[in-house]
Design a protein around this ligand. Structure first.
Ligand SMILES: *Cc1c(COP(=O)(O)O)cnc(C)c1O
Length: 393
């Protein structure tokens, strides 16, 4: 079974992502320069007298540590420019606010992160921006919900927590035809597996809290796009106070250096775990785009460079049985969030999907007994052994 590390690139050739992840945006080799970036733990920087040009202030997103990561992420996503923000949620908010004005309409996938869902459905309307949620699998669903004032389309892929993978082709075609901005939350994919701009998207969003940093110790977000657009996002970030602090940027730069090896190792682990789970009688379902029976396996195979490190399982005996399994885990940690070195599990019915009824959740593909697994970089045999003893009870 091939996984990300052995698959040839399905997307336009990008020069050595692994190398960009280590060096991108910081390529000076002057004698005496530190190899690791220093932390610029300073709010104030000496300003040139008689001009406002080149003035630095961290809330503007121009602390030197922020600038290094911004350049590196732009290179990794193949974008003209990038901006790092205080959280993924801040990135989503500022990215959309930079595109939409009062009186505009947004089409958003109904399969988006809970915080994004709240922002588009509860915050935007209060600002005079209407949003329609669209089932991304419904054929012609996007076109059906179009309005004269529709300005942008917002999607997330792969989807949290069902691990569905969207085919961007028809969505991009529609966006291009009508001149709409296509915004993609690519947190689950990372640029190692998918670079949305190469597939016709206009804007990429990340919760850098997840795979980009990958060490469970930073909250940050990123927005990538054209220079003109990123300047508008920067304006929103500045006035809404969503800039990151220097230490978070420094940690994020350090985390990014291992992005390629982390994602590939975790992806390989996930394939191993998913194949093993598929043999377990206790499980009613195993959801992983790398498995041939996944509804989006073909799309994933055709568009992603690797199936990623997120999967889910459903216990045959429902919610109580799964909760007992979690209580027995010794190595795998029960914690929300994802995308780090440690394998984490979480029951969406007690986190992102807590506000929904069992019926609504089941319709979304998240029944009782559903467990999301963010697979880490531990030895895969140890992850499997832990889940094995927990399932056996
Ligand atoms: C976590 C997450 C976010 C929000 O990011 P924060 O860094 O927690 O603010 C947005 N989108 C997706 C897909 C996420 O998983």
């Amino acid at each position: 079974m091939t996984t990300s590390s052995s698959k040839p690139s399905k997307t336009q050739a990008v020069p050595s992502l692994a190398t960009l992840a280590v060096h991108g945006g910081r390529d000076s080799h002057e004698t005496g320069e530190p190899v690791g970036s220093p932390i610029y733990q300073s709010v104030n920087f000496v300003q040139e007298v008689g001009t406002g040009a080149g003035m630095r202030y961290p809330r503007y997103g121009n602390n030197p540590n922020a600038e290094i990561v911004q350049k590196r992420l732009a290179l990794l996503e193949g974008a003209e420019a990038g901006l790092v923000l205080a959280s993924g949620q801040g990135a989503t908010a500022c990215a959309l606010l930079a595109l939409l004005r009062s009186g505009d309409h947004l089409l958003a996938s109904s399969w988006i992160y809970g915080g994004s869902h709240d922002f588009v459905s509860k915050e935007l309307p209060g600002m005079g921006i209407q949003c329609t949620l669209v089932d991304p699998t419904e054929s012609r669903g996007w076109r059906k919900h179009l309005r004269k004032n529709t300005r942008a389309i917002f999607v997330e892929s792969p989807v949290n927590p069902t691990c569905r993978v969207l085919d961007l082709k028809p969505i991009t075609a529609l966006a291009k035809e009508l001149g709409l901005a296509l915004v993609v939350d690519s947190t689950f994919a990372t640029p190692i597996a998918f670079r949305p701009l190469e597939h016709g998207a206009d804007v990429v969003i990340h919760s850098a809290t997840k795979f980009l940093n990958g060490h469970h110790d930073v909250i940050a977000g990123a927005v990538l796009g054209t220079s003109t657009y990123i300047e508008e996002v920067r304006r929103k970030m500045t006035v809404w106070g969503q800039a990151p602090d220097p230490f978070s940027c420094w940690l994020l730069e350090r985390g990014l250096k291992t992005l390629d090896v982390r994602v590939k190792r975790a992806t390989d682990n996930t394939m191993r775990l998913a194949l093993w789970c598929a043999t377990r009688p206790e499980l009613a379902a195993v959801l992983y785009p790398g498995l041939p029976d996944h509804p989006d396996h073909e799309t994933a195979l055709a568009t992603l460079d690797g199936f990623g490190a997120m999967m889910a399982i459903v216990h045959r005996d429902g919610g109580d049985a799964m909760t007992k399994v979690i209580r027995r885990l010794e190595l795998i940690t029960h914690a929300p969030s994802l995308g780090g070195l440690d394998t984490l599990v979480s029951e969406p019915r007690f986190s992102s999907h807590e506000h929904l009824s069992l019926d609504e959740r089941t319709k979304l593909g998240v029944p009782d007994g559903f467990l999301r697994i963010s697979v880490g970089i531990e030895d895969p045999d140890d992850i499997i052994a832990d889940l094995d003893q927990a399932l056996r009870g």
